[in-house]
Design a protein around this ligand. Structure first.
Ligand SMILES: NC(=O)C1=CN([C@@H]2O[C@H](COP(=O)(O)OP(=O)(O)OC[C@H]3O[C@@H](n4cnc5c(N)ncnc54)[C@H](OP(=O)(O)O)[C@@H]3O)[C@@H](O)[C@H]2O)C=CC1
Ligand SMILES: CCCCCCCCCCCCCCCC(=O)OCC(=O)COP(=O)(O)O
Length: 311
């Protein structure tokens, strides 16, 4: 009788241990579980997608360094995140902030030093900051083409290059960049923006191949339209602010969903992710497989969007 009971107890203990093990494996497999205590740097964290990324990585227990040009707006994000922290779930940390302008590449090395001082290391760098543009090439000052490139491309690669040596030294880290569908296809009246995103794609594809042996993954994320203030903040051909919330932007994906997708891509160490619907995906496919048709479609799009003064 005692032996039968002993066997029952053993079975119960083994079953409980099995359930616990399975639970632990499932928790580890959950996107975000691997981010507890990880040091995650997010540029452009004051608004839009960057702010939502800050929220999901904060909730996952990451130690955040939030970057942007406006210290007050970054502090506002810190306050919102700390106020939303709950006692259940992963342990969360009050984010640090570093204020700098990515387009002023001379200051980026100093900013990178400040970032490294926050926690002594960077585990994930999310290059998210960016600015868009509206205009036709004929009326666009070269200085505008250069300015968009300074923020979206040179600022981003300057920060990446400044933080990379510490990752290579530790043989650990992860570099993420938020590009755009327009890093894969160029659409009319977006020359400065599309060019900066194409350059971004190329640079990070090179980087991925070059640092793979150091165990540092590179993730390029190319979203379609997201419901943020990107179009409002866009710059026009003469350098003035566009200031309009475009219909395409307003009808875009919820930035909270895109931020979750960024978390998933980091968890999976994905190399290249397009977060867009069937039309942009088809356009990307056509650009490579049937370029003549793609160019026709873009010419027709340009014709429809052309303003009378452009004729
Ligand atoms: N919204 C969309 O439809 C899509 C957006 N994307 C990309 O997502 C990323 C985030 O944009 P989104 O959230 O939509 O737009 P927002 O305009 O809301 O956010 C842009 C962020 O970039 C920061 N930023 C802009 N210029 C600089 C600069 N010179 N130095 C430092 N920070 C700067 C801004 O911070 P601050 O002004 O406080 O300095 C702001 O936090 C961009 O790279 C964009 O290209 C990609 C595809 C679609
Ligand atoms: C015969 C087959 C027809 C198939 C039609 C496919 C071609 C459709 C064209 C689709 C173009 C998609 C453009 C998507 C642009 C985009 O999502 O950009 C994301 C952004 O970065 C937005 O920035 P913006 O400043 O432009 O708002």
């Amino acid at each position: 009788m005692e032996r039968v009971m002993g066997g029952g107890v053993l079975q119960l203990v083994l079953l409980s241990a099995g359930i616990l093990l399975l639970y632990r494996i499932l928790v580890r497999l959950r996107p975000g579980a691997d981010l507890q205590d990880a040091v995650v740097v997010i540029t452009g964290a004051s608004s839009g997608l960057g702010k939502e990324c800050a929220r999901v990585f904060h909730t996952a227990g990451a130690r955040l360094v939030l970057c942007g040009r406006d210290a007050a707006r970054l502090q506002q994000v810190v306050q919102e995140l700390t106020a939303s922290s709950t006692s259940s779930g992963p342990q969360t940390y009050t984010p640090s902030t570093v204020t700098f302008d990515l387009s002023d590449t001379d200051t980026v090395d100093g900013a990178a030093e400040e970032i490294l001082k926050c926690y002594g290391q960077v585990d994930v760098l999310i290059n998210n900051a960016g600015i868009s543009y509206r205009g036709n090439i004929l009326d666009t000052h070269l200085s505008v083409q250069r300015d968009v490139m300074e923020t979206n491309y040179f600022g981003t690669i300057a920060l990446t290059q400044a933080l990379l040596p510490s990752m290579v030294h530790r043989r650990s880290g992860h570099i993420v960049v938020i590009s755009s569908v327009q890093g894969k296809i160029a659409i009319p009246y977006r020359s400065a923006y599309a060019a900066s995103k194409h350059a971004t794609q190329a640079y990070f594809d090179c980087l991925r191949a070059e640092i793979e042996h150091c165990g540092i993954p590179v993730t390029v994320i190319s979203p379609g339209y997201i419901r943020t203030s990107l179009s409002v903040n866009a710059v026009t051909g003469d350098g003035s602010k566009y200031g309009v919330l475009d219909k395409t932007t307003a009808a875009g994906r919820d930035p909270r969903d895109v931020a979750q997708a960024v978390l998933k891509a980091v968890h999976r160490k994905s190399k290249d992710v397009v977060l867009a619907g069937p039309q942009p995906n088809l356009a990307i496919y056509l650009r490579t497989m049937w370029p003549a048709l793609f160019f026709k479609l873009m010419s027709s799009r340009a014709r429809k969007e052309r303003k009378p003064k452009d004729e």
